[in-house]
Each structure stands twice: as C-alpha cells, then as structure tokens.
Design a protein around this ligand. Structure first.
Ligand code: ADP
Ligand code: ASP
Ligand code: MG
Length: 479
C-alpha cells in the first residue's frame, strides 16, 4: 500500500488535478491519496472567517467568492456528467455548512480556534471530493474520506497533536475495508478530530504530516509527497536559484531541515515514518519522471547536503554574576516559556557558565512582552535579560556536519568573508547540523555564501564526472 500526498499547487486547478489523478493511477493499488486544499483556498477561508468575526460582509463575500470560483473551475473540468453532478451536490452541501459557520462566527463577534478549524477544513474536504470524482472519471473506483473520522487528536485547535493508537484503530475501521474492496481512498490532509468530535487541524502545511500519519497507521510501503519542486533541494530555490536536488537523505537530516525552515516538509512529517521505517519520497507533479529525493533510515555520506534558514525568531540572553545563580534563573526562564507555549529552538550555555542563550519562536508583543514576563519571574534573582528580535537561524544540514573540527570554523570564516555578523553558533550533539544565528536581513547573503562554499564544489565535481562519462561513451560510440 502506498500513500500519495498532493500539495496546494499540485491541485490548484482542473488541469493539475487531472495530472495528479494520472500520477495516482500509474501506481499499483492499494492506494491512499492525501490532498491539501487548492492553492490559496486555506488563506481565503481564514480571511472569510476573520471578516465574519468583524461583521465585514464585503470582505467575507469577496473571500468566499474566490473559494467558490476555484472549486467551480475544477468542477467544470470534470467531463463525465454523473461524476460531476455527484461532486457538485457534495460541494454545495459543504459550502452551505461553511456559510452557516460564518454566520455563527458573526453572531459570536469573535473567531475561536475551534470555529477557525471548522472553516478551514472545508478546503481539504472539497478537494477530496473533487479529486475522487476526477479519479472515478478516469475509470477507477475512488471515494473521499474526511479525516475528522480517522485522525484522532487532542483539542489544541490549530496545532493539534495526534493520538497514533486511536488513529490506527480508526484507519482499520474506516479506510482498510475500502482498500480491501479495491477502492482508491482520497483522504483530506491537514485535519483530524478531538475526542469530543470537533474538527481540528495539524498546523499550517500539515497535510505532509497527515500523509505519514496515515502511512504509519496503515503500514504503507512508501509515502510519496508530490509537490512543486523536484525533491528536497540543497537550499530554498527562492533564496538560491541554482540549488540542486539532494537524491538521498536520512530521517535525521530531513527532520533537521524541516525543523529549520525547509518548507517542503512540515516539521512533524518524518516522526511517524521513522517509527515504522517507511521511506518518504519527495517528487514533483511538474516532472513526475524525475527520481526526486528519498528519505530513509540510511545515512549515505558524511557531508553537508543542504542549507536552510528560519527567519523571524528571537534571541534571548540571560546573564548572571555568580555561577550558582544560573541554574535557578534558567529554570525560571524555562518555566515562563513553557507556561506561555513559547517554542524553544535551541539553548546554549556559555563556557563561563554565567550566560544562557535561547533561540525562540516569535512571540506576540515581541521583546517588550517577553521581557515583562521574564522580569516578573526573575525578580528575586540577580539575572539580567537581553532580547533581540528579527533574528534568523541558518542551518547547514548533513550527517557528520560537525564531525570535523574545522567545519564550524570554516562556516564562520565563510560568513565573516560575506560580511555577515554571527550572533551565536550551535553545534548539534546529534551531529546533523551546524547552526549560526544571524540577522533576518542577512539570511539571503549568508545562505548563498555557505551554499557556495560547501555545496557548489560537490555539484561541480558531480557535473564534471557526468560530462566525462558522457564524453567517454561518445568516444566509444564514434570509435
Ligand atoms: P505543497 O503545497 O506541495 O505542500 P509547499 O509550498 O508547502 O508545497 O513546499 C514546497 C516549497 O518549499 C517549494 O516550492 C520551495 O519554495 C520551498 N522550499 C524551501 N526550502 C526548500 C528545500 N530545501 N527544498 C525544496 N523546497 C524548498
Ligand atoms: N491547506 C493547509 C495549509 O495551507 C495544509 C497544507 O497545505 O498542507 O496550510
Ligand atoms: Mg506544504
């Protein structure tokens, strides 16, 4: 059994959905397809929900019209009247339920996370209906499955955590019989349900995570993430236009890349695959014959494979005068961040043992709010807190990243030559990444410089080898 997940751009319109459906039918059954909402739909639904909360009927109507327009274009592309009419009725029901939810939001005068999840889930639900209809039209039995009947989560709306054991039971009950009957299941990405039966979502970009969760629940042989790039690239192509495909990476490397900003994989995607040793392949719907990237337990080589960066972070520094003051101050700071749900990306302690630095996610209110919270918690200690916003972390990812003592100092030298000020560095004990904290504004320069130093030479060697073997083959042919 394989799982194929299609992202927003891969299901953006009727033509793309047909291309995606052909990719599905090229794979042997049993198959589970996981779909995102069409590109732009999740944002439009959120905009409609926020407008509804402000009773801004004009903006709400404009956003909803965009959603209807996208779904209508896809529907119109289904030529078979029966497939189209069935889908039309189901989509109209979902659009009507959406309108009722928006009315309820306006009546409440505010947008709760619970209602936000109900509203955005409409995008994935509509797409699963449209994709199933398209596959049926191409001659293969297919059924939409809304995963608020399968993926069991807690009630953290907007960032729900799945319960793998209950999800497995649900998948066996809801999906397995369909697969056994030869039906291609088209599941909604991104959504689950709490124990109370309320629809939840797994966080933005969460459909990748849905794919591996369902893959693990159904013991898939492989999970394929079909997207708009030909695999995991050596850097974000928007920052480094000449980035190359990385043919193979390990679970650890992929996890690190996703964690430090490579949007191609949702940060939580890899965990469910690791637990059951399922290979994850990243492939392009625009170039389906390309081999893409395969992510497995295996580590192929000890070198830097990709450079990534995460912007918009905060660097928090705690200084104490006496060694013994560090532990109580650090634990008070941890408590404050935990209580406020602030995600900590890295922590490091200076060798003087009088300073801790925390790299953390942006916080509403920024440094002033954070310093106020910490000031209260640290009022009995001698610690002083400094806080810097608009900070980014650059990660050079690859197994053995830091195994040679010179790698980190080489990276520092490269950044220094590029005129990038490094605020902090960090070497992962797992040895899979070297990190440098830089200003947001320096990210493009920093990523390009490190990419040029660590990855470009390898690519050029690879290209020269390829060219030599082509020339030799040509010589043999001519001779
Ligand atoms: P989907 O809608 O298919 O889930 P996303 O937009 O979420 O696609 O992720 C794919 C995008 O991730 C690419 O278009 C690319 O701009 C971005 N990206 C960032 N870093 C990387 C990387 N290292 N390799 C590939 N793509 C990356
Ligand atoms: N549609 C959702 C989003 O835009 C989930 C996803 O695309 O993976 O975040
Ligand atoms: Mg995505």
């Amino acid at each position: 059994m394989i799982v194929l997940k299609f992202g927003g751009t891969s299901v953006a319109n009727a033509q793309r959905i047909r291309d995606a459906a052909r990719i599905v039918l090229d794979q042997p059954a049993p198959r589970v397809v996981v779909v995102s909402a069409a590109a732009g739909v999740t944002n439009a639904l959120l905009e409609a929900a926020r407008a509804a909360a402000r009773a801004d009927t004009e903006r709400r109507a404009a956003a909803i019209a965009r959603v209807h327009g996208i779904h209508a274009e896809i529907l119109a592309g289904i030529a078979n009247a029966q497939c189209r009419d069935e889908a039309d009725i189901a989509i109209a029901d979902l659009h009507a339920a959406l309108d009722r939810d928006l009315e309820d939001i306006t009546a409440a005068g505010e947008l709760s996370d619970r209602f936000s999840d109900r509203v955005v889930a409409t995008g994935e639900k509509c797409l699963s209906i449209l994709m199933a209809a398209t596959i049926r039209e191409l001659g293969s039995e297919a059924r939409p499955v809304f995963t608020d009947t399968v993926i069991a989560t807690d009630d953290r709306h907007g960032a729900a955590r799945p319960d793998r054991a209950r999800t497995r039971e649900n998948a066996d009950r809801v999906i397995r019989p369909l697969l056994d009957a030869g039906v291609t299941v088209v599941a909604t990405g991104f959504i689950g349900a709490s124990a109370a039966g309320e629809t939840t979502t797994l966080g933005r970009g969460g459909s990748d995570y849905s794919a591996t969760l369902l893959g693990a629940a159904l013991d898939a042989a492989e999970v394929q993430i079909w997207t708009d790039v030909p695999g995991v690239l050596s850097a974000d192509p928007r920052t480094v236009p000449h980035a190359l495909v990385v043919p193979e990476i390990s679970y650890d490397e992929a996890q690190e890349l996703a964690h430090f900003g490579a949007k191609v994989l949702h940060p939580r995607t890899i965990r469910p695959a690791v637990a059951r040793d399922i290979p994850v392949r990243i492939l392009s719907t625009f170039a389906p014959a390309e081999p893409g990237t395969v992510v497995t337990r295996e580590t192929t080589s000890d070198r830097i494979k990709a450079i990534t960066a995460l912007r918009g972070l905060i660097l928090l520094t705690l200084d104490v005068a006496e060694l013994e003051d560090l532990a109580p101050a650090a634990s008070a700071a941890f408590r404050v961040m935990h209580e406020r749900g602030i995600e900590i990306l890295t922590v490091s302690q200076s060798s003087s043992r009088r300073r801790m630095t925390y790299l953390i996610d942006a916080v509403g209110g920024g440094c002033p709010t954070l310093q106020a919270h910490l000031g209260e918690a640290l009022q009995d200690s001698e610690a002083s807190v400094s806080c810097e916003e608009h900070v980014a972390v650059l990660a050079a990812v690859g197994n053995g990243a830091a195994s040679t003592a010179s790698a980190l100092s080489r990276m520092m030298a490269v950044l220094h030559r590029a005129g990038v000020k490094v605020m902090a560095t960090h070497q992962q004990t797992s040895n899979v990444a070297m990190l440098a904290v830089v200003a947001d504004d320096d990210v493009a320069r920093a990523v390009n410089a490190v990419h040029d130093a660590f990855i470009r030479p390898v690519a050029e060697r690879r290209a020269r080898r390829q060219r030599r073997s082509e020339l030799m083959a040509e010589a043999v042919r001519v001779g």
